[in-house]
Design a protein around this ligand. Structure first.
Ligand code: ASP
Length: 487
């Protein structure tokens, strides 16, 4: 049987650090060479008991990971690319501070990855008598050298740290001191490490098929930044940050399920940035866990209407690096669609966001609205989980103030009439509203069973109708289709 070959890629980080001045134990930690690190890692000797063959590559000058830049992710990616065929797995030794940025970036940069790329480091230097480094290193090697030790293959970028194996683009550093420094807050770990290493094969990304060759996207846009909202944040501050030259996209860390101040000054700035400045704003939550659901609260509807897109339940690290990758590659031509669709297992659901636009206005209200749009080709009805119809700035003409008006939304039935039976299978949403002359914003969760049966083909026609004699207008009609991300 051929030997398992593992490439160790050393970039720096605490794992390989020692006090700057050996004579002064408390002097600042600085990265040492791979040679020095190896002196403390018997598993890396070529006569190890697993018969693993090692190759090694090291950054010429190993660094604290806080000093890494996208150029360094490209260097790591290039090392994997150059050595891809010659090795069965890769172990990247890395500082913990920005490990989850690197693991996210590499996850996006690698297409059709079929071998484990395992990133690890430690909270304490390997040279210290009390250290977590050998444990992490040994486990990382086990996961990368899966064949030699009888583990399943993980064809993904992962972080192996302490007691867990987490998907690279789901990982986040949660403690500066705990030995269990990483979690994947919105998805279960891909494996656990205890007396045994247990891998959840049901959660793994499927292996690429025979024709899908491994390739690397080296182009990352660096015109991406992020901001975090706080109570009282000034629109003028946001304007100067978001208006910065050289910035094409912004990750905006909002409150709760994607909420932000809904005053006009704030929303105007957002509108200018997106619609005049042609920039992308991606909404992710400041909470450690959970999903952005724009439109759930009035305080996020304004963002949705101005064209902010959803980062779903991505970590900040995944959100930023996914934007860099999307804008750096040809996917950037459709940044809004691409960012909301799961690409590498970085989010639990994909969002296919159809914006049907406006219908008439106060002076020219309409009797009916119908329009056809098609979701991105990756929308898979099998994975469909929820549909939400939203209408913004809705108004009526031809009814009494205070009158209750029923509004019905039909799917894929262009000539739908208001008086079709109540349980008509194509009527996916309806709502009775009291009209008091103030424009309304409506959010309707679609009937799940009806949606599934009439969504059918890829074209989705929505028809909106109200009772005879009443006419209506609205500023925006949105259909949000959520589909489970298959891995
Ligand atoms: N500052 C170090 C680094 O990220 C911290 C660590 O490795 O734990 O490189």
């Amino acid at each position: 049987m051929s030997k398992t070959r593992i490439l160790i890629i050393y970039t720096g980080g605490t794992i390989g650090m020692a006090p700057q001045d050996p004579a002064i134990p408390g002097s600042p930690l600085v990265p040492k060479s791979l040679e020095e690190l190896k002196a403390y890692a018997p598993i890396l000797s070529q006569d190890n008991r697993y018969g693993i063959e090692y190759g090694e590559e090291s950054f010429e000058k190993p660094v604290d990971s806080s000093c890494l830049e996208p150029g360094d992710w490209r260097r790591m990616a290039a090392i994997v690319e150059r050595n891809y065929d010659a090795y069965d797995g890769f172990v990247v030794l890395h500082g913990t501070d920005t490990m989850s940025y690197t693991s996210s970036a590499l996850a996006f940069m690698f297409d059709n990855l079929d071998k484990p790329v395992v990133i690890t480091g430690s909270q304490l230097p390997i040279s210290e008598p009390r250290t977590d480094a050998p444990w992490n290193l040994n486990n990382a090697i086990h996961v990368a050298a899966y064949k030699a030790v009888g583990l399943p293959r993980i064809p993904e970028v992962v972080i192996v740290f302490a007691d867990k194996i987490v998907r690279g683009c789901r990982a986040t550093k949660v403690s500066t001191t705990d030995l269990t420094g990483f979690t994947s807050p919105n998805s279960p770990p891909l494996g656990t490490i205890g007396e045994h290493i247990k891998i959840r094969t049901d959660l793994l990304k499927p292996r690429p098929s025979a024709g899908q060759k491994f390739r690397v996207d080296h182009d990352l846009s660096e015109s991406v930044t992020n901001i975090s909202l706080y109570p009282g944040i000034k629109a003028s501050h946001i304007k100067s940050i978001l208006g910065l030259g050289g910035v094409d996209a912004i990750v905006m860390r909002t409150f709760g399920a994607g909420n932000a101040p809904n005053n006009e000054t704030f929303l105007e700035v957002i509108d200018d940035v997106i619609n005049k400045g042609k920039k992308t704003i991606l909404n992710i939550t400041q909470c450690n866990q959970g999903m952005v659901e724009m439109g759930l609260y009035e305080a996020s509807s304004g963002l949705l209407e101005r064209g902010v897109i959803s980062g779903m339940d991505m970590t900040p690290e995944a959100a930023l690096t996914k934007l860099m990758w999307t804008l750096g590659t040809k996917l950037g031509e459709q940044v809004n669609t691409q960012m909301q669709v799961n690409q590498r297992g970085e989010q639990s659901e994909s969002l296919f966001d159809l914006r049907y636009g406006e219908c008439g206005n106060r002076l020219e209200p309409q009797e009916v609205f119908k329009k056809l749009l098609s979701p991105d080709r990756r929308f898979d009805v099998e994975q469909f989980s929820k549909g939400v119809v939203r209408l913004s700035n809705l108004g009526f003409v031809g009814c009494e103030p205070g009158e209750s008006i029923k509004l019905r939304v039909f799917m894929n039935m262009p000539n739908a009439k208001f008086d079709l039976p109540d349980d008509h299978p194509n009527c996916v949403a309806e709502r009775i509203v009291a009209w008091n002359r103030d424009p309304l914003n409506l959010s309707m969760i679609c009937d799940d069973g009806k949606m599934r049966s009439c969504i059918g083909t890829n074209d989705i026609v929505l028809t909106v109708v109200v009772r005879e004699g009443v006419r209506f207008w609205f500023k925006g009609l949105y259909l949000a289709l959520f589909a489970k991300a298959p891995y």
